[in-house]
Design a protein around this ligand. Structure first.
Ligand SMILES: *Cc1c(COP(=O)(O)O)cnc(C)c1O
Length: 360
């Protein structure tokens, strides 16, 4: 048997084992074609089927109507930080941004290059350990931009504000399809795939046609959402193998019972790990406000950095890797996206318990 460890890396991150096995089985000969999807034209009937099924699965899992375009782009979520204001932030108007961490901040920086930004809320004052509860939204903003899960700081929005007629755009890179949500309250959702959906290199963009209709014209082709919409993401060579992997991940989600089932497992995982932190008598300390805790990225600290280093090293030796916190928070971070099993979390909790006993 191949050796597999528990991978708590924040992204790229662990993928479902059945998906990896299926890729492996189909790598050399995809459905009797005698070649790999890696070697197949993006204009082939095989790839057309993959693209259509991937889009259909997204629509089905998220419960989205045909009013939404489903697009696949390159450049990661980071490119969306630029393409969103390029397309939607109009001259003389402004966009509302909520600053809840490193990724929001980067999105804001990119938007300011293009136009006016209104900071509608921020948790910068307490190093992003909470989520701002009242937002200062402007009724005539071009859009509101939020980050649903703050991968580095370990916070996650559990409810979203009603933005009325102003389109709500959400970076869901690190929690997309990890729970049920009223997805149709968003005019645009985007996510780099490498956390919850598949490999790096493909970015999912879900966009309501009403928002698409507001886009500026005359942009360079690759920076214009209209190009991807008109050409069904096939203007140039798309990240085809990545899209195929996303399809396999979505099939796997559907097989679990869809987002309701996935959410249930994620809830068990978060209760197990936060429970262990809260019951450790202060040995492990969560870094965020309890109401803002992320179900995807669990951040914690111990009494000193040497002990944290020892914890991370010994965890790695025990087959629990990727637990080092981001440098802006320090400490420990366990990323537990959809593909991390409850068994993996139980192993981590058992390890925490043992470590506490041997290092009182
Ligand atoms: C990882 C991450 C990004 C950056 O994604 P890239 O695909 O590397 O550009 C953006 N936003 C969030 C919330 C993330 O977790």
């Amino acid at each position: 048997m191949t050796k597999r460890i528990y991978n708590f890396n924040p992204g790229p991150s662990t993928l479902p084992l059945p998906v990896l096995e299926e890729m492996q089985a189909e790598l050399l000969d995809y459905k009797g074609t005698g070649m790999s999807i890696l070697e197949t034209s993006h204009r082939s009937p095989e790839f057309a089927e993959i693209l259509a099924e991937t889009k259909a699965l997204i629509r089905e899992l998220a419960g989205l109507s045909e009013d939404y375009h489903i697009l696949f782009m390159g450049g990661g979520a980071s490119m969306q930080f630029a393409t969103i204001p390029l397309n939607f932030l109009k001259d003389g108007k402004s966009a509302d941004y909520v600053n809840t961490g490193v990724w929001s901040k980067k999105a804001i920086k990119e938007a300011k290059i293009i136009g006016n930004v209104n900071l509608a809320g921020s948790s910068d004052d307490k190093n992003f350990t909470y989520l701002p509860q009242s937002l200062n939204l402007s009724p005539d903003a071009c859009y509101v931009h939020m980050t649903s899960n703050n991968t580095i700081f370990g916070t996650q929005w559990h409810r979203f504000p009603d933005t009325g007629n102003v389109p709500l755009i959400c970076d869901m890179s690190s929690d997309i399809f990890s729970r049920t949500l009223p997805f149709d309250m968003f005019q645009m959702i985007y996510a780099g795939a490498q956390k919850n959906l598949g490999p790096a290199g493909v970015t999912l963009v879900i966009m309501h046609k009403d928002l698409a209709a507001r886009a500026k014209e005359g942009l360079n082709a690759m920076l214009s959402y209209a190009t991807y919409i008109e050409k069904d993401s096939l203007f140039n060579t798309p990240p085809a193998y990545g899209i195929y992997m996303v399809m396999l991940v979505l099939r796997w989600i559907k097989k679990q019972g869809g987002l309701t089932a996935v959410e249930k497992v994620n809830d068990q995982k978060q209760k197990t790990l936060y429970g262990a932190i809260d019951n450790s008598g202060g040995y492990f300390k969560g870094t965020t406000e309890v109401e803002s805790r992320s179900w995807m990225n669990v951040t914690m600290r111990m009494r000193d950095e040497d002990l944290e280093k020892k914890f991370i090293a010994e965890a790695k030796a025990a087959g629990l890797v990727g637990l080092k916190g981001h440098r802006s928070v320090g400490g420990i971070r366990a990323s537990m996206y959809n593909a991390m099993t409850l068994a993996g979390i139980e192993r981590l909790v058992a390890f925490m318990d043992d470590f506490k006993k041997s290092n009182p």
